[in-house]
Design a protein around this ligand. Sequence first.
Ligand SMILES: O=C(O)CCC(=O)C(=O)O
Length: 284
Amino acid sequence: MQIGEITMLTEDQVSQFELFGFVVLKNIFDDSDLTVLRDEFNNAAVRHEKEEGLFNGQDAHTFSMLGEDTPFYSSLLEDPRFYEPASQLFGEDIIALEVNSYRYTGNTPWHYNDGSPNIHGYGPKYQFPIFEPVTVETGALRMIPGSHRDPWQSDLTKWWPLARESSRSDSGMEYLDKIPCYAAECDPGDAVLFDMRIVHSTFGGAIDRRVTAVTYYHYPGTPEELEVMKSIAPSFFKNPKRWNKAQWEEWFSNPNSSTLRQRWIDSWELLATGVNANQSTSIC
Ligand SMILES: O=C(O)CCC(=O)C(=O)O
């Protein structure tokens, strides 16, 4: 694939994603993209340190990339390299959730991303490094292939090293590397795209493992999914107490009048409040 040329997934990539729950996309960023991404990452990391204190190598830092100081990251939700594969897999009505960067300092327990109950709240998520590769030895995201699907997800997460209540315990963390899994290695320029329902973890990563995640939600299609999204949406839609509020307000102000972003804002409003004035629609 030529850099920047094809953004849709091939049939085989779609099959791999559906069967296994993830796919690694190679070379979606070129060198000039990486230069901008690195600069913006550094800006946001400094902003976060000013707000929350210096990075000390022990506590992970997480910061939003939706603000004025990270315009390229903020545009990734609308970027065809992200939006097209995500909508190909989960439908064109997916809703953009967030872009966050991380400076990780340790191992991440086995878990799936919470949609409470998870199997009804889900979507596509990308993770990518831009400074150093993430490999088997340096904290590549680990997946249990196929665990995005029920009943296997439920069967797996009944077992104590993978269960929500015990996977984070000391003994759960000691058991991390005994679980059969696949490490999704990525070089700077690559991204792993995964289903948030997949059971995943990381271990062996360097202190200050710098990665970014771009996340969307599947638009609810069943009453159960709607209930989950209605409970999640108020914490995202114009929540005055929202984490990284300044960046979210910038994103919701839609400074470039993006039609796609406006559609997502309308969807969030509809899910959070039950009505959307722009679209003259309502849900019960
Ligand atoms: O990279 C990590 O350590 C964890 C990432 C993760 O769990 C996620 O993005 O959902």
